[in-house]
Design a protein around this ligand. Structure first.
Ligand SMILES: [Zn+2]
Ligand SMILES: [Zn+2]
Length: 345
């Protein structure tokens, strides 16, 4: 039985029931419900809440902060010089691909080993208690090896391809670039915030597109075979989906960007997906919370399909009626919506 308290909803001023984080009939663990969405776009505006949300992302050890740290290390030590990337040479292209293969394999392996092989925090804050599957639905009959395979041969190849194209154009001066923090300090900082919203906006529309029944059946279904997810499920995508997903990089073809912005953005898309599909709300090391990991918002999408196409950063799902806030009432509403979408015409 849930402990319930009646509170005023910040969003629609109606009385809603808040359900504290914990266990339920459907979940081994869920965060406080209804799940929190960014207040940045709330009407009427809530400047204090919006400021707290934005700052809260950057002042704790969160996945975006870890992506920024990884990006800093990458740009400082591993990224080829622009002068090397002006020509068509296999050397620097392989170096770019090696950066992404290295980063994804490293993080995917660490998360999977810690959470699923050595069960470092057992089922603490694990959304769905079921283990990874062995089933003929998956390539090699094994969910984990299937997910590793599609991540490496589809997603990381597309991620590398888009990045190689970008760096070739940027180093030849064919797209606008920014030469470090001092060139434009305000834009340099502001662009990191813009990128978080852009990523969410782009993901929503690409994701909506591949939920069109024909594309779902032939493309996106590959990702959705994962009803319960683990870190390697995040990038287990059909090549068409991978190509569209990483086309988020196109913003750098138009707006002046420093390599740090680009690598941060690409890590947010790739490493961020490993975190968001981890299947655990937070990671604990020796009983201490280490980092916010999984996304219950997206876990709901994997279980109920026709909801939560976007992320928490822009409430597009709320605006277009596909938001599942995690509550039992929302489950009923989304199931009715799914029946309508798949009803014979
Ligand atoms: Zn989907
Ligand atoms: Zn997913």
């Amino acid at each position: 039985m849930f402990m319930e308290s009646k509170v005023m909803s910040a969003h629609d001023e109606k009385t809603v029931v808040k359900i504290p984080a914990g266990k339920s009939r459907e979940w081994n663990f869920h965060p406080e419900l209804p799940i929190a969405m960014s207040p940045v776009f709330d009407i009427p505006p809530k400047p204090r809440a919006a400021f707290d949300w934005l700052i809260g992302t950057w002042l704790k050890l969160t996945p975006p902060v870890s992506h920024l740290l990884f990006a800093l290390i990458t740009v400082t030590f591993f990224l080829p010089a622009f002068s090397d990337m002006q020509g068509v040479s296999i050397d620097w292209m392989i170096q770019i691909a090696a950066i992404y293969f290295g980063a994804v394999i490293l993080l995917g392996t660490i998360l999977h080993l810690y959470l699923y092989v050595f069960a470092g925090q057992k089922t603490r804050q694990k959304f769905d208690v079921r283990p990874m599957e062995k089933s003929s639905r998956f390539t090699f009959g094994d969910q984990v090896w299937d997910n590793v395979f599609w991540t490496l041969v589809s997603a990381v190849v597309c991620l590398s391809g888009w990045s190689i194209l970008y760096f070739f154009l940027a180093s030849n001066g064919w797209v606008p670039t920014l030469n470090g923090f001092s060139a434009s300090p305000v834009w340099f900082i502001l662009f990191f915030f813009v990128l978080r919203f852009w990523q969410s906006f782009h993901f929503y529309w690409v994701h909506r597109l591949i939920h069109i029944p024909w594309l779902f059946k032939n493309v996106h279904h590959l990702h959705h075979r994962n009803v319960n997810v683990g870190p390697w499920s995040g990038l287990a995508m059909h090549p068409v989906e991978s190509f569209c997903y990483f086309s988020s990089i196109l913003i750098h073809f138009v707006l002046p960007s420093d390599p740090l912005h680009v690598i941060f953005h690409m890590y947010s898309l790739s490493l961020g997906a490993l975190f968001s599909h981890a299947g655990f709300d937070k990671l604990f090391v020796k009983d201490k919370q280490a980092i916010k990991a999984g996304s219950f918002h997206h876990q709901l999408h994997h279980r109920y399909f026709e909801c939560n196409y976007g992320s928490e950063e822009i409430p597009l799902d709320r605006w277009f009626g596909s938001f599942h806030d995690g509550t039992p009432e929302a489950t009923k509403r989304i199931r009715a919506r799914k029946k309508l979408i798949f009803a014979p015409k």
